[in-house]
Each structure stands twice: as C-alpha cells, then as structure tokens.
Design a protein around this ligand. Structure first.
Ligand SMILES: Cc1cc2nc3c(=O)[nH]c(=O)nc-3n(C[C@H](O)[C@H](O)[C@H](O)COP(=O)(O)OP(=O)(O)OC[C@H]3O[C@@H](n4cnc5c(N)ncnc54)[C@H](O)[C@@H]3O)c2cc1C
Length: 561
C-alpha cells in the first residue's frame, strides 16, 4: 500500500507552479496568509513558460491611448480571442500593465530595447499592436524566487491527484510525492485552492511525431489535471468542445510562431496571405494566426507545402529574431540551425498545424477567478471563458491569489481526514502499484489518443457526429474500465503517468459530451449532421458539469461588459 507521508495545512493551495500559479502564490503570500504551491515538476523549469516567452498581451495607455475599447476589440480578433466573457477580459486589460511593471521590478526584462515598453508581433498592419515584446528566458527562476521571497512555500515533485469537497465547498487536495522511487500520498487541508495546471496535451496523437507522444508544442506534462479534478467534484466547464490547433515548424512541435520574422509562401513563391509583403520585427505575417488551418489546407488541396520565408529580412532583424528565439525558449530550434548550418535567409522552413489540445477551454471562472465551487479558483490555460496566455495567466493568477487570500482570512479549515472520496481514490491508485504485470499507462494514453482522433476529431477535414461521438463515449468507457482494472506501475513516476492517462480520459469524456450538445458546425468543431453555424449560439457558451452522477449541460449568454 502507498503510505501517507503527512498532512499539510495551508490557507491557500495553488496547484501548478507555472506562470499563473507562481503569480497567484506571490499575491496570496503578500496578503500574509499561508500559501503553498504543489508543483508536479520543479517550478524553476516547468510548464509552457519553462524556457521562456517573448510576447505579453497588455494595455498600455501611454502607447495605446486612453480608450481601452480598441484594445479590447483587438484582443478578441487576435489568435487568443475567440472564447471570452468580455467582463473578465476588460478587467484583465485594465490590470495588465501593472503586472508588466511588477515583472520588470522583479528582474524579468520587459524592456529589452530601450527605456520604455515596445509592442511587436501578432499584429495587423495599421492597427494597434497589443503584444509587448520582452525577454522571458529567466521568467520561471525569477517568479519562483519572488514567490519564496513573498513567503510562499513550494512543494516540487508533488502532483495533485484529486480535490476534496466538504459540504459543497473546497476543503483540500490529495497530492502524490514523486521525489523518489517509492510513491507517497499527502493530504493538504486548504481553505482555498487555485488551479493552474496549464494546457491539456497528449489527448490526440502528436501530429508531427506520432511515435513520440511527448513531442508536443506545449508542455507535455500538462495533461488537463485541473479540468479532470474539478469535473470529478462537479465544477462547471465551458467551451471544452471547441478544438484548438496551434501551428509551427514542421516536425519540431514548437509554439512561438510570431517570433519568426518572415512571410508565408506557397512553393511557387506566391504569398499565402494578404496582410504583408515584407515582414518586419514590428509587423510580421499574421496569416497563420488568422487562417489557422492554412498548413493543413495546402497539404490537403495539393498546393502546399507552405513555408516561412525569412530571406528578405535585413541582418538586424535576423539577429533580432534569433535573440527573440532565445527569449521565447526556442533554443532547441536555434541549436538545430547552428548545428546543421540551416540558414533561414537561404532555406525556407516548412510549417504545419499541430494536433488538437486544450488551451482556454475548461474551468468556468467569475470576475475574481472563482469557479462554481466556492473556494475553488482557476487561472491560465485551463480556464474556459477567458484566455490571454502568459499575461492572462499572470494577471488572473494575481487577481485569484488576492481574492483567495483575503477571503481565506475569514473562513475556517474543514476536516478532510477520513473522507470517503479520499479512500476511494487512494484505493484506486494503490491498485496500480499492487498489481503486477498489468497494462502500462502508455497503452492507456495511446488508446485514448486513437479514440479521440477517431470519434471526436477536430477539423479541418475531419467530422464529428452524434453516432461517432456516441460510439466514442462507449469505447472510452470500455478503455477506462480496462485501464482501471489492468494498469500496473513500477514506481512513483509510473503512477503519475497512470493518473495523467485517467485525467486525459476525463477530458476526452467532457469534450465528447459537450460536442454532442453543440448541434452546429463552428470553427474546427465540424458536425456532419449539423453542417451549418447556428447564429443563435454566437454569443453563448456551453456549460457542462456532473451532478448526482449525471452529465448536465446548459447554454448561457456571455457575460458582457
Ligand atoms: C514555446 C512556447 C512559446 C510561447 N510563447 C508565448 C508568448 O510569447 N506569449 C504568450 O502569451 N504565451 C506564449 N506561450 C504560451 C504560454 O507559455 C502559456 O500560455 C503560459 O505558460 C500559461 O501559464 P499557466 O500558468 O496556465 O500554465 P503553465 O505555465 O504551463 O504551468 C502549468 C504548471 O502546472 C504544472 N502541473 C500540471 N499538472 C499538475 C498537477 N496535477 N499537479 C501539480 N502541478 C501540475 C506543470 O508542471 C506546470 O508547471 C508559449 C508557449 C510555448 C510552449
């Protein structure tokens, strides 16, 4: 049996020490309450911001003018824009420049080009530029140090497995110690919990390298834990059925496309998009933000491949681009270029569309970042009704951290020891350790990927339908039963992976239930049985949650300004 190592008590628990989690921790600890971050990996180098980022969406009155509304509109039209409750986005924008100021003060170089902030990339010609360009290569070290300085404790190598609810409110979490070979459980009693576990990857076969499921454009250790854990205790999710696919260099699986300064071309040299003829560091080719399926379309209709052409940029911009790749954490690409003599001024780079994953789809949160379960918050990529990537995770982490800490001061801890839910979950996890010669977590994960690709596929050129989704739910149910009754693991690491596979199954199930309810075609959610876009659903979000063992859905209006 897996032993219980200890029980920890804290006012605010943060699940995930990525960008959002660390900013939440700093805010919470600065309020003088006990703050603990439970991080699966090591917060100095974890998550999608592990090795850096370089674009920080924000509203800066000095550059953008006093009217925030054009910046709000530009945000909705940008690549992160589709699924927002405008009320949340407006609050984010208003508080965004203060976050950039804080990062600068803490030691992240937010002004690498001079005395003031500069806005570059992900921009349309002649329109406001909303992405501040910064050098984020050291951001995780800086935020970790700042969280510790503020008084937060960081528990690395401690993935959270399950959330505990008592009398309808959040009460604590079950964590796993994976710092050694032998796994150990930990109970964490907390008055408030902030989920910040990032994207959900490894749900679908890796598009560039199906044989290497961890070669994903976003952090492969982010596996929809927040959505799965919150789902299991009845929290509401939104937009889970809406697929998202990122694009970038073919087979590399590296996000960060706006750091490239070039234009996209067909093999005969014709430009793919209408936006720019010549890319500069300020305005690159935004075609691939707007025409998200471009690289799949040109492969499908035979006019491709599509390449990024950096041959016409000047030497200064080329050096600038390579430096930007280091700020952005794309050092593997730069190393590859240097090692192989690949010169982007001479050689075109083919781009591709990556597999579907969840980003900006998941937990529904209110204006303070709180979910439908009192005391449970969310920030960052796992939130379903607001998205602004790096700065969104940071600013909403700050908002949630402050709110959780302030409200924690007036509420009491609940008793989580002896919880039937904890007993049920720990018995399940124990069974994987006790069983010898069973199936592997990898088989379960790959099986899920096959089911998702076959029955809940994302567009373009793939459809969903009632019959396919119902078949998918049946097979997913079978796979889960098989995994639960046959998986075995050798050590703590294997147990963590087995839990990830089960979390991903929960995510797959939520997607399928929501996709069944969305009886229309919208974006890459393509229904062969409802081939049109229903205008009545344009401003609505689909909530999905579990109640009394049943899956419930509800359409709600977006929360306007
Ligand atoms: C190469 C690349 C370039 C990018 N460039 C930009 C950019 O320039 N601008 C921009 O805005 N965005 C960019 N992004 C996206 C950006 O990095 C993310 O949006 C951002 O990191 C989200 O923050 P987060 O806190 O939600 O998640 P993350 O920073 O990914 O953190 C999630 C954390 O949760 C941990 N975790 C997962 N499961 C558990 C669990 N069960 N228990 C405990 N911990 C867990 C993970 O280990 C991780 O540390 C880029 C992403 C990549 C990969």
């Amino acid at each position: 049996m897996i032993r219980f190592k200890d029980t920890i008590t804290t006012d605010v628990l943060i699940v995930g020490g990525g960008i959002g989690g660390l900013c939440a921790a700093i805010a919470s600890a600065q309020n003088g309450v006990d703050t603990l971050v439970a991080e699966k990996s090591d917060s100095r180098r974890s998550g999608s911001g592990a090795t850096g980022n370089d674009h920080f969406l924000c509203y800066y009155p000095k550059a953008h003018g006093d009217d925030i509304m054009p910046i709000l509109q530009e945000t909705f039209q940008s690549q992160i824009g589709g699924f927002h409750d405008p009320k949340l986005t407006l609050r984010f924008l208003k508080e965004s420049i203060a976050m950039a100021d804080r990062w600068l003060e803490w030691g992240i170089n937010m002004r690498p080009f001079g005395p003031d902030y500069e806005f570059m990339g992900h921009a349309f010609p002649g329109r406001p530029r909303i992405w501040l360009k910064y050098d984020g290569h050291n951001q995780k070290y800086v935020l970790t140090a700042q969280a510790k300085k503020a008084g937060a404790k960081i528990l690395n190598h401690s993935p959270v497995l399950d959330l505990i609810k008592v009398d309808g409110e959040i009460a604590g979490a079950l964590a796993l110690d994976v710092s050694g070979e032998e796994p150990a459980f930990r109970l964490i009693r907390a008055k408030k919990i902030i989920l910040a576990t990032g994207t959900a990857n490894r749900l679908y076969p890796a598009a560039g390298t199906p044989g290497s499921p961890f070669n994903t454009a976003f952090c492969p250790a982010c596996t929809g834990a927040a959505q799965a854990q919150a789902w299991r205790i009845g929290a509401k999710m939104v937009n889970m059925e809406m697929p998202n696919r990122h694009a970038g260099p073919k087979f590399f699986a590296r996000a960060g496309k706006s750091t490239w300064i070039g234009v996209y071309r067909y093999p005969d040299g014709k430009l793919l998009g209408p936006f720019v003829k010549q890319a500069t560091r300020y305005v690159g080719d935004i075609t691939c933000d707007v025409w998200n399926t471009a690289y799949t379309d040109v492969a499908h209709n035979g006019t491709g491949p599509a390449y990024i052409d950096c041959s016409e940029i000047n030497k200064d911009d080329l050096d600038f681009m390579k430096a930007g790749m280091v700020s952005e954490g794309l050092t593997a690409v730069v190393d590859y270029m240097n090692r192989t003599g690949l010169d982007v001024t001479k050689h075109a780079f083919e781009f591709m569309q990556y597999e579907p994953h969840l980003i900006g789809r998941g937990l529904e949160v209110d204006i303070n970042g709180e979910s439908s379960i009192p005391g449970l918050y969310g920030t960052g990529d796992m939130v379903g009704n607001f998205r602004a990537d790096i700065s969104g995770a940071a600013v909403y982490g700050w908002i949630a951290g402050n709110h959780a800490a302030q409200t924690a001061k007036t509420c009491a801890l609940k008793d989580v020891e002896g919880s039937d839910w904890v007993k049920e979950r720990t018995e399940l996890y124990d069974s994987f350790v006790e069983r010898k010669n069973g199936g592997t977590w990898k088989e379960a994960n790959l099986g899920l990927q096959q089911i998702m690709a076959s029955y809940a596929a994302a567009g373009p050129y793939n459809v969903r339908s009632e019959t396919l989704l119902n078949a998918g739910l049946k097979y997913l149910g079978d796979l889960r039963k098989e995994a639960v009754s046959s998986m075995s693991v050798d050590n703590a690491h294997g147990l963590m992976r087995a839990v990830e596979a089960l979390d991903l199954m929960d995510n797959g199930e939520i997607i399928m239930h929501a996709a069944l309810e969305r009886r229309e075609t919208r974006g890459m959610h393509i229904r062969s049985d409802y081939t049109f876009t229903n205008p009545l659903l344009a401003n609505k979000f689909l909530q999905v949650w579990q109640e009394d063992g049943q899956v419930r859905t509800n359409w709600r209006e977006r929360w306007g300004l």
